[in-house]
Design a protein around this ligand. Sequence first.
Ligand code: PSU
Ligand code: MN
Length: 302
Amino acid sequence: MTNWLTVSDEVRAAVAVNRPVVALESTLIAHGLPWPTNLETARESEAAVRAAGAVPATIAVLDGTPTVGLSAAQLELLARAPGVRKASRRDLGAAVALKQHAATTVSATMALAHAAGVRVFATGGLGGAHREGEAFDISADLAELARTPVLVVCAGAKSILHLPRTLEILETLGVPVVGYGTDAFPAFYVRDHAPALPVSARVDSPADAAALFAAHVRMGGAGAVLAQPCPAEVAVPAVEFDSWLTEAARAASAAGVTGAKVTPFLLARLADLSGGRTLVANRALIVANARLAAEVAARLEA
Ligand code: PSU
Ligand code: MN
């Protein structure tokens, strides 16, 4: 393993003997969810991974050190600390050189997970292409999927995005978008996008998900998406969501929010406008994805 990366003893030992490990990201902790839901969600995700027999590896940059497998104290620091940088793959070098704390997005988490030998990663919603009428903005998550062989288990892409364009870009980049128990690409808090957007393949078991990803990588492929719909009990109906999003997007443009701040701003406004319902959904889907990721990781062969 590389010397620029700190990997916890537990994760290092598991990777060495090919015990299942699941990477978890930190942007949703530092920027995606408010205190204390952020820390509770991070702990619950780690517990779900363990309950399914795998080792959790939450990833961030701490004082300039890329770290795979945060301790309980490090997790809490990240959840509480103000001014933590949001780092996509682009920002990792800066966070290291300037000795900063940085929460890693999907793209940066994939890069660090891969460097540590971790092949499966769970998050909430993927970044993607933003909607018409907003500033031109395409998440680095998509480009990273094209280059790094990590399976990203998520609830589809964030419903704040332009999902048909997001899927077209993933197709262009050669990234499989696999539905878990569904033929339709899920839309984060919203279970289904209307009209339904087809996934590139469907699987109905962790074993098939693992086999599909292994075959993709064997033939020179890189990343893949395994998309599981938000748990039905807490999912948000599309009609209600659309009205909140219209309002949240208006607030973002009125406040002149741009760049990496857009996604955290919209998520926070949606939580307010929905009276906390999007928060409940976000938390539940993250934990469900962590559990599924562990089940898939357990079926990946060496
Ligand atoms: N999933 C969540 N909440 C989040 C994210 C994912 O439930 O906040 C984060 C991920 O880190 C993802 C990022 O990479 O949102 C997308 O940010 P952007 O649109 O700036 O690329
Ligand atoms: Mn962006």
